[in-house]
Design a protein around this ligand. Structure first.
Ligand SMILES: Cc1cc2nc3c(=O)[nH]c(=O)nc-3n(C[C@H](O)[C@H](O)[C@H](O)COP(=O)(O)OP(=O)(O)OC[C@H]3O[C@@H](n4cnc5c(N)ncnc54)[C@H](O)[C@@H]3O)c2cc1C
Length: 450
C-alpha cells in the first residue's frame, strides 16, 4: 500500500551492470530527476557519466511526487521579485521556465512514454486573499513578458467535468505546464542517457567522498589546469568515492542526493531540511473529469488525473503540528492523520465521484531557506564545511545540485544543464551566481514551518 503508484508498473529501463568500473570520468551520486537529467545532459555533449544509486531509479522524491510540471520556481513570481529584486527574479523565472520547456522538448525528442498531458498548469486559489495574490501574479508575469493568465472561477470550470468545488475562486493558468507519470519520466530519461553511453548502477550505497590520502591539493587546482582535470590528466589525482562495494575513483563527482545531501556533505546540514509530502492515488475512475496540473492552497495541495482515470492527490502537511519538517522526515513513512485529511478533502470537493484509494505513500522534499536550489561547485568534502567563499568552477572537482524546495520538475533540468555546461567549459548562464551553494542561507527549518 505504501508503494507509490509511480513505482508500481516500472520495468527496468537500463541493463544492470554486474561489474563496477574502477574509475569514472564524471560520477553522479543519486538517480532521481537530477541524476538522470544530468546523465542525459552530459551524454548529449559527449561526456556520459557513471551514476550510482543506493536503491533504484526514482526511489526518492522523483518517484514519490505529484507528477506536475508547474513552470517557474518554487516561489511564485511576486515572491521571487520581493525577495531577490526584479532583475534577479526575471533571470531565475526565465531559467526555470526554460527548464520546463526542456522537459516538454525532451519527452518529445526521445519519445518518452510517460503519459505526458500538456493541458496546462493551474495555481488554484482557495480563498479571496489567494485569488488576489494570484491575480496580481498573472499581471506581473505578463508585464515582464512571461506566460500566465488569470482565470475566473467560471473559467476554471473548463478544466473540470464535475461541478467546480465552491472554494475555488479562480486560478493562475500557466499554459506551458502539464502532468505526467513520474516514474516513467525518470525511467525514460535514464534510458535516453544510457542510449548515449551513460551507465547506471542501482543498489550501491555511496558512503563517503574523499581526496586520495596525501593529495592535499587535489581540490585546489589552478584555473589553467581545469581542462587537464576534466580530460583525465594523470598528474591530477582523482577523487575517491567509497561505496559498500569498495572504492571507485573519479575525476569529478556530482552529488545529486537531495534530502540525503548532508549524509555525504555534512557541511550542508544547516543549509537544507527535509520536508515530507503525503500522496495518494485512486483506482481508475470511469472517465477523465479533471484536466491539467493543479496546485492549490499556496501549493500545499496538488492534484492530477492520469489518462487511465486514476487521481493522484497530495498535500495537507499544514495539518500536522510539525508540518512534517525536520531531519527525521527524510523517512518516507505514511502519516495516517494527514491521509485521513486527504480522504476528507477529496470526498468534500468531489462528492459525485466514486473515489477509492488504491495507494498511499510519502516522500522527502529538500528545502532551503530562500527556496532556491543549491547548484554549483563546492569545497573539499573532507573539510566538512559548506565553505564561505565561492569555488571556482573552472577548477572544481566536486559539485552538487538539488534542494529544489518541492519544485524539481522544471528546476532539475535547468540545474542539470547548468552543471553540464560548467563541467564542459561552457558558460553556465546568468542564473549560476544566484544559486551557488556557498551563498548565505538562513535556517530552513524556521522558514519551512510558518
Ligand atoms: C510528495 C512530493 C510531491 C512533489 N510534487 C512535485 C510536483 O508535482 N512538481 C514538482 O516540480 N516537484 C515536486 N516535488 C519535488 C520533486 O519531486 C523533487 O524536487 C525532485 O524529484 C528532486 O529530484 P532529485 O533527483 O534531486 O532527488 P531525489 O529524487 O530524492 O533523488 C535522490 C536520489 O539519491 C539517492 N541517494 C541518496 N543518498 C545516496 C547515497 N549515499 N548513495 C547513492 N544514492 C543515494 C536516493 O536513493 C534517491 O534516489 C515533490 C516532492 C515530493 C516529495
Amino acid at each position: 500500500m505504501s508503494t507509490p503508484h509511480w513505482h508500481a508498473d516500472l520495468t527496468p529501463p537500463v541493463a544492470p551492470l554486474t561489474e563496477l568500473p574502477p574509475h569514472a570520468d564524471i560520477l553522479v551520486v543519486g538517480a532521481g530527476l537530477t541524476g538522470t537529467w544530468l546523465a542525459l545532459a552530459l551524454a548529449e555533449v559527449g561526456r556520459p557519466p557513471l551514476v550510482l544509486e543506493r536503491a533504484h531509479l526514482a526511489a526518492g522524491a522523483s518517484g514519490r511526487n505529484g507528477g506536475l510540471l508547474l513552470p517557474g520556481t518554487a516561489e511564485l513570481y511576486p515572491a521571487l521579485v520581493a525577495r531577490h529584486g526584479p532583475a534577479a527574479a526575471r533571470t531565475l523565472w526565465a531559467w526555470a521556465v526554460a527548464g520546463a520547456a526542456d522537459v516538454v522538448a525532451t519527452i518529445r525528442r526521445y519519445g518518452i512514454d510517460c503519459d505526458w498531458r500538456p493541458e496546462g498548469a493551474l495555481h488554484a486559489a482557495v480563498s479571496e486573499a489567494e485569488a488576489t495574490h494570484l491575480h496580481d501574479a498573472a499581471a506581473l508575469l505578463a508585464a515582464d513578458g512571461f506566460s500566465g493568465e488569470w482565470l475566473s472561477a467560471s473559467d476554471v470550470a473548463a478544466w473540470l467535468d464535475v461541478p467546480r468545488p465552491v472554494d475555488i475562486h479562480g486560478a493562475l493558468h500557466l499554459p506551458d505546464g502539464g502532468a505526467f507519470h513520474s516514474g516513467r519520466l525518470v525511467a525514460g530519461l535514464a534510458a535516453a542517457a544510457a542510449s548515449r553511453g551513460a551507465t547506471f548502477v542501482e543498489g550501491i550505497d555511496v558512503r563517503g567522498i574523499d581526496r586520495r590520502a596525501g593529495d592535499s591539493d587535489a581540490v585546489n587546482l589552478q584555473a589553467s589546469d581545469r581542462r587537464t582535470v576534466v580530460e583525465h590528466h594523470p598528474d591530477q589525482p582523482p577523487i575517491v568515492v567509497h561505496t559498500d562495494r569498495g572504492p571507485i575513483t573519479a575525476e569529478v563527482v556530482v552529488v545529486a542526493t537531495n534530502a540525503w545531501l548532508p549524509e555525504l556533505l555534512p557541511g550542508f546540514r544547516d543549509a537544507v531540511v527535509p520536508v515530507r509530502g503525503q500522496v495518494l492515488s485512486s483506482r481508475p475512475l470511469p472517465k477523465r473529469i479533471i484536466r491539467g496540473a493543479w496546485s492549490l492552497n499556496n501549493g500545499y495541495e496538488y492534484l492530477q488525473q492520469l489518462s487511465d482515470g486514476r487521481l493522484v492527490f497530495g498535500g495537507m502537511r499544514w495539518s500536522a503540528p510539525d508540518r512534517e519538517v525536520g531531519p527525521h522526515f527524510v523517512a518516507p513513512d505514511v502519516n495516517d492523520a494527514i491521509h485521513s485529511g486527504l480522504d476528507r478533502w477529496l470526498a468534500g470537493h468531489f462528492p459525485s465521484l466514486p473515489i477509492t484509494v488504491e495507494r498511499r505513500w510519502a516522500g522527502p522534499m529538500c528545502w532551503t531557506a530562500d527556496r532556491l536550489p543549491l547548484v554549483g561547485p563546492v569545497a573539499a568534502p573532507s573539510s566538512g564545511l559548506r565553505g564561505d567563499t565561492d569555488v571556482d568552477p573552472a577548477t572544481a572537482r566536486l559539485w552538487i545540485t538539488g534542494a529544489y524546495s518541492g519544485h524539481g520538475v522544471p528546476v532539475a533540468p535547468a540545474a542539470a544543464r547548468l552543471v553540464a555546461a560548467g563541467l564542459t567549459g561552457r558558460a553556465m548562464g546568468p542564473a549560476a551566481p544566484l544559486v551557488v551553494p556557498t551563498r548565505p542561507l538562513a535556517d530552513p527549518v524556521a522558514v519551512a514551518t510558518p
